[in-house]
Design a protein around this ligand. Structure first.
Ligand SMILES: [Zn+2]
Ligand SMILES: [Zn+2]
Length: 140
């Protein structure tokens, strides 16, 4: 679950990010949704609000956020990058019918024996399939 952030400016500053209006808006949008949007989606949602915004800015801002550890990049598909403001360890399920990506909690994950002496920098848990909603439609 995404933790509630009371002071967005402080949150960015604490992560070593200068909180410009564009950065605040981009993070605010990402933190407000659990749809794991793409750059296109984020740009589309904000461009009318911030006429000076470009897709490149959105992309570069997201790369910065990831570098500073306040968002996750999700690469379930090679040709589709999505973003998540919830940096707690959780799994992602992608439905191959509707294209939706949802979160699921990962039960008790102990240490992986073979990797105990390694430094882990990223952990990803992806599952693909057909979601319950799509299954219902298909089985009609
Ligand atoms: Zn689906
Ligand atoms: Zn997620």
């Amino acid at each position: 679950m995404l933790k509630k952030i009371d002071n967005l400016e402080k949150y960015l500053r604490d992560a070593g990010i200068k909180p410009s209006i564009q950065r605040l808006k981009i993070f605010e949008y990402l933190a407000s949704t659990n749809s794991h949007p793409t750059v296109d989606k984020i740009y589309g949602a904000l461009s009318s609000d911030i006429p000076t915004l470009s897709k490149t800015t959105v992309y570069n801002t997201l790369k910065l956020f990831q570098k500073q550890g306040i968002i996750l990049i999700i690469n379930i598909e090679d040709n589709e990058t999505r973003f998540d403001a919830d940096v707690s360890f959780h799994g992602h399920f992608k439905c191959i019918e509707c294209g939706g990506v949802e979160d699921f909690p990962i039960p008790e994950h102990g240490k992986i024996e073979a990797l105990v002496d390694y430094d882990i920098s990223e952990k990803h848990f992806y599952i693909k399939g057909i979601c319950a909603n799509c299954k219902k439609i298909i089985n009609k």
